[in-house]
Design a binder for this molecule. Structure first.
Ligand SMILES: [Zn+2]
Length: 282
């Protein structure tokens, strides 16, 4: 789930060959929260790994199977939001592939059908002939979020931790702004690589993108602090109009969730406090 100002501009189910042994399919689920649709990746040549099979839409699952250059050995997911993992079950049933990914958290709108054969944790790998993916724990957008590092190609499959063309929603309590920023810093330490996001186009320069994202979040945080009164407390709705004046009103409901995530981080940092659902500056 992301917060997307840019709607679908390309045909759903379009197949993109990003390089030999790497294809991207776009699921036919465009929308306000999914942009032009969820990206599904097929990587490998002697055997394939599918990353984020997407929502349980039969024609998308058929398209994945049809476009796999060889047998699909593993299906891995970055997290269990409903636009990323539900097709895993259908695709596994059709292909006999194993399913790997994180365990499902209790909080939030999660895919309860997701039952991995392998639970993946930080640093663990999924390997098929000639292709090795390493899971990197990146909590923040979702507490169970994993990115996948393809070291041989210096490519990182970012799921919803980093999207292109949209700002990722941080929805507490499963979403956590402190963890999100820490995870971004951790990904920056990989050095410059190519990012392959869950929504949007590939990002060639990870270093520039990650630093821009961190700056964007910290600028928003500074705006929250600047608009929090010290002498009284105000509601999130009151704060929203001043802090997110640049965001379309249709997105204010989701912006309110990210605003809460900022406030919870500021509370942890000792810069904001609250009384019931009203917030003030310390
Ligand atoms: Zn998500």
């Amino acid at each position: 789930m992301c917060c997307n100002a840019r709607m679908a501009t390309t045909d759903p189910n379009q197949v993109f060959e990003l390089r030999p042994s790497l294809k991207r399919l776009r699921a036919p689920n465009p929308g306000l929260m999914t942009g032009s649709g969820t990206n599904t990746y097929i990587v490998g040549h002697e055997a394939a790994i599918v990353i984020d099979p997407g929502p349980a839409i039969a024609r998308h699952v058929e398209a994945i199977e049809r476009n796999a250059p060889t047998r699909i050995e593993w299906i891995v997911v970055t997290h269990t939001h409903l636009d990323h993992s539900p097709a895993a079950k259908l695709l596994a049933e059709r292909t006999g592939a194993g399913v790997a990914g994180p365990s499902v958290p209790l909080d939030g709108r999660q895919d309860r059908t997701f039952e991995p054969d392998r639970i993946l944790r930080d640093g663990e790998t999924v390997t098929v002939a000639g292709t090795e993916l390493t899971a990197i724990a990146t909590p923040g957008h979702a507490s169970n979020h994993l990115c996948y590092w393809l070291a041989a190609e210096r490519e990182l499959f970012t799921g919803d931790h980093i999207n292109e063309g949209s700002t990722v929603v941080i929805n507490p309590p499963d979403g956590d702004m402190t963890a999100y920023l820490d995870s971004l810093a951790q990904l920056d330490s990989l050095g410059r690589c190519r990012l392959l996001p869950g929504h949007g186009e590939p990002i060639e320069d990870s270093t520039a993108a990650i630093r821009t994202l961190i700056e964007h979040r910290l600028a928003r945080e500074a705006k929250v602090v600047a608009n929090l009164p010290a002498e009284r407390k105000i509601t999130i709705d009151e704060l929203l109009t001043s802090v997110y004046a640049d965001v379309a009103e249709a997105l204010h409901n989701v912006a309110a969730r990210s605003l809460l995530a900022h406030l919870l981080k500021l509370e942890r940092d000792g810069k904001a406090n609250r009384q019931d659902d009203r917030w003030g500056r310390v």
